[in-house]
Design a protein around this ligand. Structure first.
Ligand SMILES: [Ca+2]
Length: 404
């Protein structure tokens, strides 16, 4: 089938002169990135960056359901008609499919929304229909400084209050800074939680991404009580936090499970020229700040200026220049079949949604969506109705669905 995409606008980032017919024959386009890279680093393998471009051929529409959200950060589907959304300053709200916003849901503990902090990611319990449990991340101000915390509570029947709230985990040490909190939480099929943190950005705290006695710069694997899951990789190691699942991370704002393999994937803010997509495995070291593809924003090299090292994982993909990847989601819906098992990343400074096609855990093609909207895409989710939804720092909720 030959058709043109979305709102009739052409994708400005894909420079091509191919006809729709050729497009439908699934030729690849040139890489979507055509600016000069900011570093001289070379990828470790083919298509680790600047993979061939692609273009969605399904005729889909882009709707803005509301523009009135206040710096939304996380979004989940309550059902086919309603979403639960976190707003950075500390509110949760219900937004209906017709764009109506509820009043703020009460009962949420105070957040410290200075800098990059605030009310962050959220997820529903697998058994939400029966237990109404919600889990969320937020930045908390303590006497010793700020930290990423995880809380749980029960959404009441009227859906206007979170009850029985309990902070189940605090990522120590607290630090007097307000950057790089991480802040996503997802629940796996076993009913446990993966939580991402950041290393608080400063030169002083950055090395803690490599230190196993610190929860900074980590992905943690927790029970719903905030305890380490039995079998965690460092549970028997002296001077290591038993909650740690993986380490060597800078600032992780995207977590999602592959719909078929169940693998955990992650997006990570790198330094200048070094944003990453990673496949997360138990006990592995993802390298920060020892290896990476970026440089300091001043242009200075980081550490020894190396991109590879033994016992440190390579990113599956990296972006240079960066897109600033926040929320991610896999598409497992049936509405747009060519998107099946693709990963979508919300780009903040990139002002687009990156669509990535994977084969055998490697990137084969990349597309940029909604570039002309000029938004900072913060959160992404496939709704229970099989459509793709995105929230932006500017306060918009987008819906992408097939025209037919
Ligand atoms: Ca890395």
């Amino acid at each position: 089938m030959v058709s043109c995409k979305n709102t009739g606008k052409k994708n400005d980032s894909v420079q091509n002169s191919k006809s729709s017919l050729e497009n439908s024959m699934q030729d690849s386009f040139p890489p979507v990135e055509n600016r000069d890279p900011v570093t001289d680093y070379k990828p470790a393998f083919k298509n680790q960056t600047r993979a061939p471009g692609m273009k969605t051929t399904t005729d889909y529409k882009v709707e803005v359901l509301t523009s009135s959200l206040k710096s939304p950060w996380g979004i989940v589907s309550l059902d086919e008609k309603r979403f639960l959304i976190t707003e950075n300053k500390g509110n949760m709200r219900i937004v209906s499919a017709d764009g109506k916003r509820s009043k703020p849901i009460t009962g949420i503990p105070e957040v410290n929304s200075s800098g990059q902090g605030g009310l962050l990611g959220l997820t529903l319990d697998n058994d939400f229909e029966n237990n109404q449990k919600v889990y969320w991340c937020f930045s908390e101000a303590t006497e010793k400084g700020n930290l990423t915390a995880v809380a749980k509570g029960k959404l009441n029947e009227e859906k206007n209050k979170i009850e029985d709230v309990e902070v189940i985990f605090r990522a120590i040490p607290a630090y007097d800074g307000n950057l790089h909190y991480g802040g996503r939480v997802v629940m796996d099929k076993k009913g446990n939680l993966f939580v991402s943190t950041g290393e608080h950005s400063d030169i002083e705290t950055r090395p803690q991404a490599q230190e196993l006695n610190s929860a900074l710069g980590k992905i943690l694997y927790l029970t719903t009580s905030g305890k380490p899951v039995k079998g965690n990789p460092f549970e028997n190691q002296e001077n290591a936090l038993p909650e740690i699942w993986s380490y060597g991370h800078r600032n992780v704002q995207g977590l999602a499970f592959h719909p078929e393999t169940g693998d955990l994937w992650q997006s990570e803010f790198g330094p200048k020229g070094g944003d990453e997509l990673n496949l997360i495995k138990s006990g592995k070291n993802y390298g920060w700040p020892v290896i990476g593809y970026g440089v300091e924003y001043s242009g200075e090299i980081i550490g020894e200026g190396i991109t590879e090292k033994e016992r440190m994982e390579q990113p599956v993909y990296y972006w240079d220049p960066v897109l600033s990847p926040s929320g991610i989601t896999f598409y497992a819906g049936k509405n747009i079949p060519e998107w099946e098992n693709n990963i979508f990343l919300g780009g903040l400074n990139g002002n687009h949604i990156a669509r990535i096609k994977l084969e055998n855990n490697k990137v084969v093609e990349e597309e940029r969506l909604l570039k002309k909207e000029k938004q900072h895409f913060r959160g992404l989710m496939q709704g229970k109705d099989g459509n793709l939804y995105a929230i932006t720092d500017e306060g918009k909720l987008y819906k992408l669905s097939p025209k037919k």
